[in-house]
Ligand binder design. Structure first.
Ligand SMILES: Cc1cc2nc3c(=O)[nH]c(=O)nc-3n(C[C@H](O)[C@H](O)[C@H](O)COP(=O)(O)OP(=O)(O)OC[C@H]3O[C@@H](n4cnc5c(N)ncnc54)[C@H](O)[C@@H]3O)c2cc1C
Length: 389
């Protein structure tokens, strides 16, 4: 069993670590100040300049295949990068990425959607959730009816990340009511100028998703992504990717938060000595560090399974569940260690507290991950002995 990184993995990880430390962390105070004024923490132009800087060192399209101009890095490397990026709350993503399911687009669609998304000239969003169908995604009601060579889409989507800014949407609609999610849901690629509308939703996070309305939006048959009726599988494929990447980002945030907590505890004195000397505080540090280590191996195991073509669904659900639960416990402990200052907007702890809360909800709630994990075990698809058997 070898739990070490190769020298190439270490080099890439270290480059990202330096980039985060030198280019992103210095912006943190400015991000907090702007967000308090209700502005974006990083402007579009600033974000593009940062992406260009990274691109000049070859960091473009982390998971995009080399055939499409990307780095084509695997899941473990991508997770290690997400951990480093998670160490700051400055919003940043490397350029050159596209939704995994867009790679199954046909040649014409790739030219129209995939390539511009990789190049950053078009933005996408992924829309399955509806006001009446979140965890129960099979219950979607947005429909698409065939009219000659066209399809006419009607319905409402909600909580769509990037839906306010997107140029096109990957929208999931029922095309065969009888079959429903078992062969009757289709994914369509729909440009904003084909007629769908978006409305921002205010959340406790610093950025808001959107509600999307499709009021008889007419699209050509060629707008279908993949095969007619096979949309639900595409949706599950899209969601699957986040189950190790999201907790990887949270892991980075937890590392940084605990470091901040320890720094604070060494310097804050009560009753004549630093609070770091009290067992109550030490246990918070010890529990958090142990949980961070456990989360690291859950995330890396899931990613390693993806890289090795092993069915990783159980490991991914465990990483997502544990990451969501533990990241929230850890940020809460770190806020507690800071006392009243943790509750203020002068420090970024409360910002992380709000942001990390989302991890327990989107791309499969805690309860849905538990349901998946338990079902896999009870049906015999997975064993409590784990991957090693
Ligand atoms: C900020 C944000 C961004 C998002 N981005 C996107 C996006 O880009 N695209 C997209 O399509 N969706 C997106 N979502 C939607 C997200 O995936 C859903 O909110 C999530 O799946 C939960 O669905 P729901 O909100 O309808 O809650 P519900 O499904 O109504 O669940 C309510 C509660 O009941 C629990 N519950 C439900 N069913 C069960 C069960 N069988 N057993 C036990 N407990 C259960 C849930 O865990 C939850 O606690 C986003 C959501 C948010 C908040």
């Amino acid at each position: 069993m070898d739990l070490t990184l190769s020298s190439e993995e270490r080099d890439i990880r270290d480059w990202v670590r330096t980039f985060v430390t030198k280019e992103l962390m210095p912006l943190e105070q400015q991000v907090l100040t702007r967000e308090r004024r209700g502005e974006r923490g990083v402007t579009e132009a600033e974000h593009t300049a940062l992406q260009d800087k990274a691109r000049a060192s070859g960091f473009f399209g982390i998971q995009t295949p080399e055939s499409h101009g990307g780095m084509g890095l695997g899941a473990v490397m991508s997770a290690l990068i997400a951990v480093e990026l998670g160490r700051t709350f400055v919003p940043f993503r490397f350029a050159g990425e596209a939704d995994n399911i867009l790679f199954s687009a046909n040649e014409e669609q790739q030219e129209r959607y995939l390539t511009p998304t990789i190049e950053g000239t078009k933005r996408s969003c992924f829309a399955i959730t509806e006001p009446g169908a979140g965890s129960d995604a099979r219950a979607i009601r947005t429909s698409a009816r065939r009219e000659g060579d066209d399809w006419v889409i009607s319905g409402e989507k909600t909580f769509i990340t990037g839906g306010n800014e997107a140029d096109f949407v990957m929208v999931f609609a029922v095309t065969d009511k009888e079959k429903g999610a078992d062969g009757g849901v289709t994914c369509f690629l729909v440009d904003r100028d084909m007629g769908w509308k978006s409305e921002p939703i205010d959340t406790m996070g610093e950025w808001g998703p959107a509600a999307l309305v499709f009021d008889d939006v007419r699209v050509p048959h060629t707008a279908i992504l993949g095969e007619e009726g096979r949309g639900f599988e595409l949706a599950m494929q899209w969601i699957g990717k986040g189950r190790y990447m999201l907790p990887a980002g949270a892991l980075g945030a937890c590392e940084r938060l605990v470091e901040m907590g320890m720094e604070w505890a060494r310097n804050r004195s009560t009753f004549g000595k630093p609070i770091a000397e009290y067992q109550a505080i030490q246990w918070m540090v010890a529990d958090s560090a142990t949980e961070i280590e456990a989360l690291r191996w859950l995330v890396l195991t899931a990613a390693w399974q993806v890289d090795n073509g092993i069915d990783s669904r159980q490991a991914q659900s465990m990483a997502k569940l544990y990451g969501g639960v533990k990241a929230n416990e850890i940020v809460d402990r770190v806020l507690q260690m800071h006392g009243g200052m943790g509750y203020t907007r002068e420090l970024p702890v409360e910002r992380w507290y709000r942001e990390l809360r989302l991890l327990r909800i989107y791309e499969g709630t805690d309860e849905i991950q538990r349901r998946t994990i338990a079902r896999n075990l009870l049906k015999g698809h997975a064993s409590v002995r784990g991957h090693l058997g």
